[in-house]
Design a protein. Structure first.
Length: 288
């Protein structure tokens, strides 16, 4: 991990409202490289979305913040670090509230799954209608144990349930953006590193849902969108426990077996294999 600047620590501490400073620092480092005027641009240097500033706040989020809090911030105001961090922190608190209202997720800042799912909701949508809250609730209702509800399995389910979403420009399903999990892994890794804790291994689907020959994408060593003076961050050695081993057929496993089969047709597009290996075919047939 490159040294993350402390430039905005004082502001973050003022607006954090109980959110760990390290969580916000890792988020804005990877969202904008801590550039208060950052905008996502295309090859012609034209903005491709309204995302602005440290937390890459969208115009619709600014509108929602104003309605909820009585402010009159504009998108241009999001280039002001303190105003941007106010909205960013409010959005994080909103995501936590939605998770608590619609899922059984427990707020636990020491749990990589909680932290990763919070980053996933921030970056890819958190709502109870299609976002992370909906997807986690769907998994819980189908008996998926908490240990197997991870950013990666939630992402895979999103692609299964919403295969033709227009959320991304790559033509794939919802949450199919190839760099999404790289971003979530890196944010989570740096959050725990800032806290002086072991850095989590990159997420992957549990063994029963993934062919034995597949390997997870590593937490990339490429730098965040930060100033070029910063050196790339080395990939950490995985230290968190691997996903649970396969268990005898259960209703939850039957659900997964049915849920992931249709993903085979889009596996080449999203570069994630979710078809069971030949060795698990008999068990998969029984589960179905």
């Amino acid at each position: 991990m490159s040294k993350i600047p402390t430039t905005y620590d004082a502001i973050i501490q003022r607006v954090a409202q109980g959110i760990p400073v390290q969580f916000i620092k890792s988020l804005i480092w990877h969202e904008s490289g801590m550039d208060p005027t950052a905008r996502p641009l295309n090859s012609k240097k034209q903005p491709i979305s309204s995302a602005t500033g440290l937390g890459q706040v969208l115009g619709m989020v600014v509108d929602d913040f104003n309605k909820a809090n009585g402010y009159k911030f504009t998108l241009k105001d999001m280039e002001d670090p303190e105003k941007n961090l106010m909205v960013t922190t409010w959005l994080i608190k909103t995501i936590i509230k939605v998770y608590k209202q619609n899922t059984q997720l427990k707020e636990n800042w020491d749990d990589p799954n909680w932290v990763g799912l919070l980053y996933l909701g921030y970056g890819a949508g958190f709502s109870s209608k299609q976002g992370v809250a909906y997807l986690v609730n769907y998994m819980e209702k189908n008996g998926i144990p908490p240990s197997q509800i991870t950013p990666e399995t939630v992402r895979l389910l999103a692609m299964k349930l919403f295969p033709s979403s227009k959320y991304y420009n790559n033509g794939g399903g919802y949450m199919s953006e190839p760099l999404l999990m790289t971003s979530i892994n890196n944010k989570t890794r740096d959050y725990f590193a800032l806290r002086g804790m072991p850095t989590p291994a990159p997420w992957k689907a549990p063994p029963m849902y993934t062919p034995a020959s597949s390997t997870p994408a590593p937490a990339t060593s490429s730098p965040a969108p930060a100033p070029s003076t910063n050196s790339p961050r080395p990939s950490p050695a995985p230290q968190w426990p691997a996903p649970p081993a396969p268990v005898p057929t259960t209703p939850a496993e039957s659900f997964w077996s049915k849920a992931w089969k249709p993903l085979a047709g889009i596996a080449a597009v999203v570069t994630v294999a979710v078809v069971a290996s030949k060795a698990s075919a008999p068990r998969r047939a029984r589960a179905a």
